[in-house]
Design a protein around this ligand. Sequence first.
Ligand SMILES: CC(C)(COP(=O)(O)OP(=O)(O)OC[C@H]1O[C@@H](n2cnc3c(N)ncnc32)[C@H](O)[C@@H]1OP(=O)(O)O)[C@@H](O)C(=O)NCCC(=O)NCCS
Length: 158
Amino acid sequence: MAGATPEVTRTDDVAAIRELAVACGLEDSEDDAEEVVAAWGARAGTGLVGAIVLERDDGLDVVNWLAVDAEFRGRGLAGRLYAELEREARRRGVRRLWVTARAPEFFARQGFVPLATGPESPQLLRACAACRQYGRTCRPQALHKDSGESGASPGGSS
Ligand SMILES: CC(C)(COP(=O)(O)OP(=O)(O)OC[C@H]1O[C@@H](n2cnc3c(N)ncnc32)[C@H](O)[C@@H]1OP(=O)(O)O)[C@@H](O)C(=O)NCCC(=O)NCCS
């Protein structure tokens, strides 16, 4: 399965995405204030091996649940997933994307910049304080990207 090139498509199966994300080490929060705007999955054979979700959280357009199965990492799949999300966000007229990132370096590669301080920071990190991974296995960073910022080319073209 790891040899196949996964296909990235839109999906409504957010439960499967959350399951993959948790298997990849992300914490499933009890906080369900976010509204799912659009979601994408990467499939190899019948299995979900990558995912990303665009959410609307109290007025902010947020990237969530980015995860790639360990066997498929390091070949641009997260970049392809993010490229799909960014395209859709631009199509919807989103001016600024936000993320609470466990892997801030990945998002920096996509042109995101860290949020020093600001009213959005507590909102973006609100679920983190209660998380058992916070400060131990996860040191999250809040970042944002404006539609005018280019950044490193988001991987892939699918
Ligand atoms: C983070 C994750 C999604 C990256 O998936 P991936 O498919 O391996 O990423 P890509 O191959 O598309 O990487 C794109 C670029 O980001 C860099 N990158 C990816 N993950 C990185 C990380 N954790 N730290 C630093 N750089 C990273 C890659 O080196 C690559 O750079 P390059 O373009 O110079 O080669 C994956 O490692 C994962 O699922 N991790 C566990 C869950 C997680 O932390 N999710 C992120 C939540 S914010």
